[in-house]
Write a protein that binds this ligand. Structure first.
Ligand SMILES: Nc1nc2c(ncn2[C@@H]2O[C@H](COP(=O)(O)OP(=O)(O)OP(=O)(O)O)[C@@H](O)[C@H]2O)c(=O)[nH]1
Ligand SMILES: [Mg+2]
Length: 543
């Protein structure tokens, strides 16, 4: 038995066993307990290790036949992400018969145990499938580029991609997403390459998942991009809150996909227990709903604590600047560079899940808070972004959004569009935005990129070597000023701290020292303007 992406279900009570999400034949004995995080890869380990050990024993005892020299073994690299011009994949010409193993193949199975994120994981073989709908606009990701990104996601999740294919369709097939010819073609590729998981580049319905698994044969798991991203989030969640919100998102993803999972039992019983599957789904759904409810309650209490901390932070009204952008654009590297924070920054997708906030002090003494947030990706379901409420709150309460773009990426423009789309969905398009082109050092012609940026009024930086950061901070200051509120207030001398804060976070134009206090004219962030309200009234009446 192998687990599906995110389908780590554990029992809390003596409930009937839940079945694997996409695989009725694989019973999952326990219902979900969110505190225990087991990713697809780690879950697979023990089962796979047993399989490998069994095969090794069989080899030792000569239970398996030798494969002749130059036999029909398929190397995993023989079909690396290749499709023909027309998008049609030619399945390898090998028999579908169960392949015979050589002794050294057991060793190569051992090679598939890798250390990822500090955990030993078994690299499952994955095969990727995409669909390009005719009429889709050319300014978005092309199908090959989207599949390339899916391969990166699969790699991040700890899978080994052994091949891919795509199909051009007028519209997806409601039953199997792809056409029947393509299903047959993938089936032979899957068997020839010993594929364990087929990943679709778009979200599939419960029916499509079930039909595809049935079509590919018992042992192959089918999942989609969303489930893959959820699995990465599950592996990477580092804080209690992140773990809880990923678990919740996984369960919410699973709930509608539990439909008719038990229909196979009716078939096994020759149709004598009609309705049994139906009842079991209801039981499973009820258990899952109860757990979703409990998880929500737990999340709420964790969030309450975080809110208290945020409120304390907001009582010092320093403007908040949030770094947003495509995953891997260099947001965390920029935060680290500017603040000396030690946020994990690496060449992997979704390295950051939890927001981190640090104070940045500029040369003129002005300050702002800089927040690093979870990266976005194309085809990211809004429900998934919404799950990261902490990130959302940070973004929506910012004075300024800095959109970090990896300008060295061949699809920089498409990535920018994808980020803008998510920001629109999050309803934060009204917050002022500053676009920065990062990784300029990595481009072929940094000088040309810089002059292009200048023409467009965009800041060019290299977070890794610090190039352009002073200009970047100045641009932030100018932008922040646009979002500041002009105030004129009388600050009594016994409220000297407040005057300091105005100097720290606002822009002071004029100060006048009176007998009992200071009259100050400045631009300050909205929260500070609110704090100063009584003193502004004082100005109106007393000066
Ligand atoms: N050459 C170059 N590499 C950079 C630059 N900035 C970041 N990187 C690299 O890009 C990779 C991703 O950087 P991160 O800071 O983790 O990116 P991120 O936007 O935080 O990514 P997520 O957390 O996944 O959303 C890392 O390997 C960085 O070293 C840069 O200015 N130049
Ligand atoms: Mg990051």
């Amino acid at each position: 038995m192998r687990a599906c992406f995110g389908s780590v279900l554990h029992p809390t009570t003596a409930s009937p066993p839940l079945r694997s999400l996409h695989h009725p034949a694989r019973p999952l004995s326990r219902l979900y307990v969110p505190r225990i995080k087991i990713s697809l890869a780690t879950w697979t380990n023990q089962i796979q290790r047993n399989r490998v050990l069994k095969e090794a024993v069989e080899v030792e005892t000569g239970a398996l036949e030798e494969v002749p020299e130059g036999g029909s073994e398929i190397g995993v690299n023989r079909f690396p992400l290749e499709t023909k011009e027309d998008g049609l994949y030619s399945p390898p010409k090998v028999s579908n018969r169960k392949k015979k193993k050589r002794p050294e193949e057991s060793d190569s199975e051992y090679d598939r145990y890798k250390l990822r994120n500090g955990k030993e994981v078994f690299e499952e073989k994955a095969y990727l499938v995409g669909v390009e709908c005719k009429g889709s606009t050319g300014d978005t990701f092309g199908i090959e580029e989207s599949l390339e990104e899916l391969a990166q996601l699969a790699d991040t999740a700890g899978l080994r991609v052994v091949g891919s294919t795509y199909q051009k369709l007028a519209s997806p097939n409601p039953r199997t997403y792809i056409g029947s010819g393509k299903v047959a073609e993938i089936k032979s590729a899957v068997h020839a390459l010993d594929v364990e998981t087929v990943i679709f580049d778009d979200e599939l319905s419960a029916g499509q998942l079930r039909n595809l698994e049935k079509a590919f044969g018992g042992d192959v798991r089918v999942c989609d991009r969303t489930a893959l991203i959820l699995d990465i989030f599950n592996q990477r969640a580092a804080t209690h809150e992140a773990a809880l919100q990923v678990s919740l998102a996984q369960m919410e993803y699973q709930l509608p996909r539990l439909t008719k999972m038990w229909a196979h039992l009716e078939r096994q019983a020759g149709g004598k227990v009609k309705g049994m599957g139906e009842k079991q789904i209801e039981v499973d759904k009820r258990i899952l709903r109860t757990q979703i409810g409990e998880l929500r309650k737990e999340l709420e209490s964790v969030r309450k604590h975080r809110k208290q901390y945020r409120n304390r932070r907001l009582s010092v009204p320093v403007p908040v600047v949030s770094l947003v952008g495509y995953t891997n654009a260099g947001k965390s590297t920029l935060l680290n560079r500017l603040t000396g924070a030690e946020v994990l920054a690496e060449d992997q997708l979704f390295a950051t899940l939890d927001p981190t906030t640090r104070r940045v002090q500029m040369k003129n003494g002005n300050e702002f808070l800089l927040t690093d947030t979870v990266g976005f990706i194309q085809k990211l379901p809004t429900m998934l972004v919404a799950a990261f409420r902490a990130t959302l709150e940070e973004i929506s309460e910012s004075s300024l959004l800095v959109h970090v773009v990896d300008i060295s990426h061949p699809l920089a423009q498409q990535q920018m569009d994808a980020v803008d789309k998510v920001l629109q969905e999050l309803d934060v398009a009204s917050i002022p935005k500053l676009v920065v082109w990062n990784k300029v050092d990595k481009t072929d012609d940094p000088q040309r990129v810089k002059s292009q940026a200048e023409k467009q009024g965009v800041i060019c930086i290299s977070a890794i070597n610090g190039d352009g950061l002073e200009q970047f901070c100045n641009a932030i200051q100018t932008k922040l000023k646009d979002s500041l509120v002009p105030v004129e207030a009388f600050v009594p001398y016994d409220k000297g701290m407040l005057l300091n804060t105005i100097h720290q976070v606002g822009m002071v134009e004029e100060t006048e020292y009176m007998e009992n206090g200071t009259v100050v004219r400045a631009h300050v962030p909205l929260p500070l303007a609110r704090l100063l309200t009584p003193m502004r009234q004082h100005v109106a009446s007393g000066c």
